[in-house]
Design a protein around this ligand. Structure first.
Ligand code: ADP
Ligand code: MG
Length: 416
């Protein structure tokens, strides 16, 4: 039925690149979570007692990692699926998800718990303690267990008073009870070292006991995440594997990016929007690497930083950088072989009557540019034999960049 609705709607809207744009929204919760199986496994092990011996313990888990590493979505998917399984096994477990940037004290946190559980407790005039006691009574009455996920918990840690922290983190030391109805997932952005700087003696060891770590995503991992989303959100054939690979390389933590899946999805989405805009100009409905570059430039104006960096590079490294830009522009490819870059570099040197640097030096400069995050490299393209190095770009427009480079090169030669 949904599909039919989509067809009718797409005909009414006119040609589009998107089947269902909402699958790219940050709040969309996907069914599959590639590369978070290990985190789900750890959470399952920690929360197992809720199903095997309900009420015996109050589980506490801490999810830690940088922005866009999938903490929120993993918690939601785990919580939802765990409750479903518990129900099958005859235990009532409910999952509630609370954002502490909006609810940063115990009273507002537990008001949210109450609301999301749909408990009819009038909260006006109740202190946090009274509210919590009412909630616990109702959970006992209805025999319900609750996993409370406290997202963006760093907000709470920064703003809460010591006794409020104590209450939320050492809950059953305050609300002593034989049957433990509440368990917690604390979600904090940052590394373990940073997190331990936020906590105190009374709560730190409690919070950090069961830590589930989320690393920033590698390019290959982002590729899998994006591919799933492309299938759901775009018409077939609109987004090629090369485009997905390109975005993954821009953002992968192992290829010079910050490994943020949210950013990767946002770039994909915005590139799709650009492609869609061009349909009205008579272009075919395809997302290209140029769209991705344009988006990346707009959204993440790294060109400014790039130019700052370039300012300090030696002349011949600048020339090689220019050679890469020229090679990409001339070939119209997204990646060019290093041999081709070297050839153009020699041409540029000829024009300027500069003595070209040797082969080894060229490679050294290329790797320096890569380390500075100015270019991307990969070894041997799919379908070709032999391991040779290919070079691509993190930003564009190339013409614009070449213009700036020419200016810098001129200046650099003048001051010598
Ligand atoms: P965090 O909470 O760590 O900042 P999120 O959970 O909000 O990160 O993830 C950012 C975006 O990336 C969300 O849109 C989310 O759906 C998506 N995402 C993150 N990890 C995955 C994954 N493993 N599979 C599919 N989508 C993911
Ligand atoms: Mg989050």
């Amino acid at each position: 039925m949904d599909r039919i609705g989509e067809i009718i709607e797409s005909e009414i809207k006119g040609p589009s690149v998107f089947v269902d744009e909402s699958k790219l929204y940050p709040e969309y919760v996907p069914e599959k979570l590639p590369h978070r199986e290990e985190q789900i496994r750890q959470l399952s092990r920690l929360f197992k007692p809720l199903i095997l011996q309900p009420g015996s313990t109050s589980v506490k888990a801490l999810l830690a990692g940088p922005i866009g590493s999938g903490k929120t979505v993993t918690s939601i998917v785990f919580g939802t699926e765990f409750s479903r399984l518990a129900e099958v096994k005859g235990v009532k477990v409910k999952y509630v998800h609370i954002n502490c940037s909006k609810s940063a004290n115990p009273a507002s946190i537990f008001r949210e718990v109450k609301n999301q559980l749909g408990l009819s407790i009038p909260d006006r005039g109740l202190s946090a303690t009274e509210l919590i006691n009412s909630i616990l009574r109702m959970l006992n009455r209805d025999d319900i267990y609750v996993i409370v996920a406290l997202d963006e918990f760093d907000y709470f840690l920064k703003s809460a008073k010591p006794d409020e922290r104590y209450l939320v983190i050492r809950f059953y030391d305050v609300f002593e009870s034989y049957v433990k109805r509440l368990s917690f997932i604390y979600i904090i952005r940052g590394t373990p070292a940073y997190i331990s700087s936020l906590v105190d003696e009374m709560t730190g060891s409690y919070l950090m006991k069961n830590m589930v770590i989320f690393e920033p995503y590698k390019a290959k991992e982002l590729y899998d995440i994006l591919r799933d989303r492309v299938e759901l959100a775009f018409y077939p054939g609109v987004v090629s594997d090369e485009v997905i690979e390109y975005i993954s390389q821009l953002i992968g933590v192992d290829t010079g990016g910050d490994g943020n899946a949210r950013k990767a999805l946002a770039v994909l989405h915005a590139a799709g929007k650009l492609a869609e805009k061009e349909i009205s100009e008579g272009k075919s409905a395809r997302v290209t690497i140029n769209h991705v570059r344009a988006v990346f430039m707009q959204e993440y104006p790294s060109l400014v930083n790039v130019l700052d960096t370039l300012y300090y590079l030696p002349l011949h490294e600048l020339l090689i950088f220019k050679a890469i830009a020229v090679a990409l522009l001339r070939s119209g490819e997204d990646y060019v072989p290093i041999g081709y870059v070297e050839k153009i570099y020699r041409e540029l040197c000829d024009e300027l009557r500069e003595k070209p640097r040797g082969h080894t030096k060229v490679y050294t400069y290329v790797y320096d540019l890569k380390n500075r995050g100015l270019i991307m490299t990969k070894t041997s393209l799919k379908g070709r034999r032999g391991r040779s190095t290919y070079i691509g770009f993190g930003m564009v427009p190339l013409e614009n960049l070449i213009e700036k480079l020419d200016k810098l090169i001129r200046e650099r030669r003048l001051v010598r």
